[in-house]
Design a protein around this ligand. Structure first.
Ligand code: PGA
Length: 257
């Protein structure tokens, strides 16, 4: 079962995740982080940046990237990861990868990205947000639990959700490259964050609903080490909320995320 932790704010969540990353990097300076984009991971990146940890040997692999944006587009996930994570955290730019950024052709980019993750030793801690469609990464409903990094078509709802980052909804790309659910499940620790009422249904379905490719986030139920961190609004539809709160309040001294 996923451990579910209620927090009072995104900032509090960011501090908890920063604690977990600090501990990981202290034990393994060249740890591999799975990086996410969107609004959700920003409080984690801010909390980490404030700690000035030595992260120069850490490697990072982003979950996904749009296909078809001009190089250097400010909303490309390469640009977002550079702006929000690489620069403030002091990561080495050449150690941080985004799908499709190896200069090779789009065809085969997924296979090459998978190979590079394996060669880096696999992802130690994967940050995840969840979309209103229930997607993690850009794995939209129907994605195979065995899927690896590949080109996908974005759901209309995801394009509408992300239109806020673009001048016009028509500017949101139609295609993306995304790690698959199978890729995500290979990471050693999954940390799924969600804030706000708009995520409540997706979180309840992912954590407590049936395991189904119709809710890609429900793949987390197949993983042995998952931390789900929610604010009150995002956790408001969880049936077992009282149990999660009691379990976290009574955790043993050595228990971490
Ligand atoms: P958000 O997106 O963090 O901007 O809410 C999450 C997602 O779509 O996976």
């Amino acid at each position: 079962m996923a451990e579910v932790v209620f927090v009072d704010s995104a900032e509090h969540a960011g501090e908890l995740v920063a604690d977990a990353i600090a501990e990981l990097v202290a034990a393994k300076p060249d740890a591999v982080l799975g990086l996410a984009t969107g609004s959700t991971p920003l409080s984690t990146y801010r909390a980490l940046a404030a700690r000035h940890l030595p992260l120069g040997s850490v490697r990072g692999f982003a979950l996904d990237e749009y296909v078809g944006l001009p190089p250097g587009h400010p909303q490309s996930y390469r640009a977002v990861i550079t702006r929000e994570a690489v620069v403030p955290l002091g990561l080495a730019p050449s150690f941080v990868r985004v799908p499709g950024d190896d200069g090779g052709p789009l065809e085969g980019a997924g296979e090459r990205y998978e190979r590079d993750i394996v060669e880096a030793g696999g992802v130690d801690l994967q940050l995840l947000g969840i979309g209103s469609t229930g997607h993690i990464g850009f794995n939209e409903p129907g994605s195979s639990f065995a899927s690896l990094t590949r080109v996908k078509t974005l759901a209309a709802r995801t394009r509408a959700d992300n239109a806020r980052f673009f001048d016009s909804p028509d500017d949101v790309p139609v295609h993306c490259l995304t790690q698959g659910l199978g890729t995500i499940l290979r990471a050693r620790h999954l940390v799924l964050l969600a804030f706000g009422e708009s995520k409540a249904a997706a979180i309840a379905a992912a954590v407590e609903g049936p395991v189904t490719s119709s809710v890609p986030g429900s793949a987390i139920q197949l993983h042995a080490h998952v931390s789900v961190i929610v604010d009150e609004a995002a956790g408001s539809q969880l049936a077992n909320a009282d149990y999660y709160r009691a379990a976290w309040a009574s955790r043993l001294p050595w228990e971490r995320l």
